[in-house]
Design a protein around this ligand. Structure first.
Ligand SMILES: NC(=O)c1ccc[n+]([C@@H]2O[C@H](COP(=O)([O-])OP(=O)(O)OC[C@H]3O[C@@H](n4cnc5c(N)ncnc54)[C@H](O)[C@@H]3O)[C@@H](O)[C@H]2O)c1
Length: 237
């Protein structure tokens, strides 16, 4: 495997599981130096425990990652929670939790990373995580969809605010085989729904990671403010 990311310093949140884990592993395979952040413990030489909703913890974790790596070129924020929540059965606390992790967590990770990038007088790339559901909508998922639509909106705002030095994009996966989706344990009709796209299957975490590496690499240097759908064609712009 080529080591074409050898000089890249990458911070990834949500790196203990699923897409974040696959992305961290793929960056390392291609030669990047990676700091892994998560709420959950991670057995990696360079990892930091952080709750992305906590302003102080995020500032400390990003500063520690910056010190350890000697700078940050790319920040990937995958940390998120999912909520199946029919409106009439969803409490404010449940809705707030999703918005807090997915929206405020993204806000804090981006803000602290951009501060660090600017303090070093360098540019960089911010890669956030939306979802195909932000575009499609789905019954019983309003809080999650709202949080991910909010991420897509922030991408467009920050791309305008921080260009040309800092490029801001998002990946919007379709259903992907991770603990969040829990595909194995779905009833058959849900499985059918999740795999009903032109490619006839759900995605694998490494397939989403490849899109992140594209956005992190030199091939995307004229791309900012975009939300890249990686969803087997389930949602089309
Ligand atoms: N899996 C899918 O089908 C799918 C589809 C569309 C979008 N996405 C998005 O892709 C991203 C990755 O999802 P995944 O499927 O890998 O999920 P996952 O549940 O496997 O991993 C999410 C990670 O985020 C961490 N996390 C949660 N709350 C946190 C907090 N407060 N602070 C720090 N870390 C926290 C968890 O510990 C976990 O390691 C998410 O943004 C998700 O919304 C996933």
């Amino acid at each position: 495997m080529s080591k074409d990311f050898r000089d890249l310093k990458v911070v990834i949140s949500g790196a203990a599981s699923g897409i974040g884990l696959a992305t961290a592993d793929l960056f390392e395979k291609r030669g990047a130096s990676v700091a892994r952040l998560d709420f959950a413990p991670i057995s990696s030489s360079l990892s930091f425990r952080v709750d992305v909703t906590d302003e102080i913890q995020v500032a400390e974790a990003v500063a520690s990652a910056d010190n350890a790596l000697g700078g940050i070129d790319v920040m990937v924020n995958t940390a998120a929670v999912f909520l199946y929540g029919p409106l009439l059965e969803t409490s404010v606390a449940e809705a707030r939790k999703v918005l807090d992790v997915n929206l405020i967590g993204t806000f804090l990770m981006a803000r602290e990373t951009i501060r660090v990038m600017k303090s070093r007088g360098k540019g960089g790339k911010i890669i956030l995580f939306s979802s195909e559901l932000a575009q499609l909508g789905r019954e019983h998922h309003a809080a999650y969809c709202a949080s991910k639509a909010g991420v897509s909106a922030m991408v467009r705002c920050w791309a305008k605010e921080f260009g040309p030095d800092i490029l801001v994009n998002a990946v919007a996966p379709g259903p992907t085989d991770t603990p969040m989706l829990d595909y194995e344990n779905m009833p058959p009709d849900w499985k059918r729904l999740e795999s009903s796209n032109p490619l006839g299957r759900i995605g694998q975490p490494k397939e989403i990671a490849e899109a992140v590496l594209f956005l992190a690499g030199p091939g995307s240097n004229f791309i900012t403010g975009q939300v890249l759908g990686v969803n087997g064609g389930a949602a089309m712009v």
